[in-house]
Design a binder for this molecule. Structure first.
Ligand code: 13P
Length: 247
């Protein structure tokens, strides 16, 4: 059987207890046994996610993590703490973290290692900005971002990675990347992973994935799932994306 496409929702800085409760209930009610779903929620709601989703097939995780295991790092949250709340995954290196909070390739690599060390799946985001794209630097940028993670990862960690290609200009724009561009970048990432001796990595696409374009995007060779922002807040649409993944 072909593995189900992995559909991950990134709720970003949205939600509250009441809205989340409704979303978790609707997700549980609408998710099919064959779906592979996860939602990455804000830190304070991990306990709520755990309570609501444990025993279901839906995973939950965080949107960021500290690179440190413990210590005097005010405001940080460690991977061990995430594991305490049953997280199966954590996003690392999202472009919003890179651009707004100054996370560089080296920090992202350390975070990926921290997540994998506690047995969770690091969802490593790579992607070029519009300027980089216009300069023809897409391949160079995504390769550099992934190389930093691979260089720092232990042999075990390399095999636990999920890589999400999120072209920065496509995020929240309503305009997903063109299919041929997604195909090209995913093929490049696959080749880079293979050359590092890493096979079977799930490669997700993210950036304005909606119910309407999900089937076409998820049908592309080497697209093994999606990282969904805005559309993941609408459970009906998120589930429709999961359905499209199996169509
Ligand atoms: P949108 O789906 O809202 O474009 O966001 C994508 C994203 O950043 C997921 O991590």
């Amino acid at each position: 059987m072909v593995a189900a496409k992995y559909i991950v929702g990134n709720w970003k800085l949205h939600g509250n207890e009441r809205e989340n409760a409704a979303r978790f209930a609707a997700l549980k009610a609408g998710c099919r046994p064959s779906d592979a779903l996860a939602v990455c929620v804000p830190f304070p709601y991990l306990a709520q996610a755990q309570q609501a989703l444990q025993g279901s097939t839906i995973g939950w995780g965080a949107q960021n993590v500290s690179e440190h295991a413990k210590g005097a790092f005010t405001g940080e949250v460690s991977a061990t703490m995430l594991a305490d709340f049953g997280c199966s995954c954590a996003i690392v290196g999202h472009s919003e973290r890179r651009s707004l909070y100054g996370e560089d390739d080296a920090a992202v690599a350390r975070k990926a290692q921290a997540v994998a060390t506690v047995g969770m799946t690091p969802i490593v985001c790579v992607g070029e900005t519009l300027t980089e794209r216009e300069r023809g630097e897409t391949a160079q940028v995504v390769t550099r971002q992934l190389a930093a993670v691979l260089a720092h990862a232990s042999p075990e960690t390399k095999h636990k990675l999920v890589v999400a290609y999120e072209p920065v200009w496509a995020i929240g724009s309503g305009q997903a990347a063109l299919e041929e561009d997604v195909r090209e970048v995913h093929a490049l990432l696959r080749k880079q992973l293979n050359q590092a001796g890493v096979t079977g990595t799930r490669l997700l696409y993210g950036g304005s994935v909606k119910a309407g374009n999900a089937a076409a995007l998820l049908n592309i060779t080497d697209v093994d799932g999606a990282l969904v922002g805005g559309a993941s807040l609408n459970v009906e649409e998120f589930l429709a994306i999961a359905q499209a993944a199996q169509a």
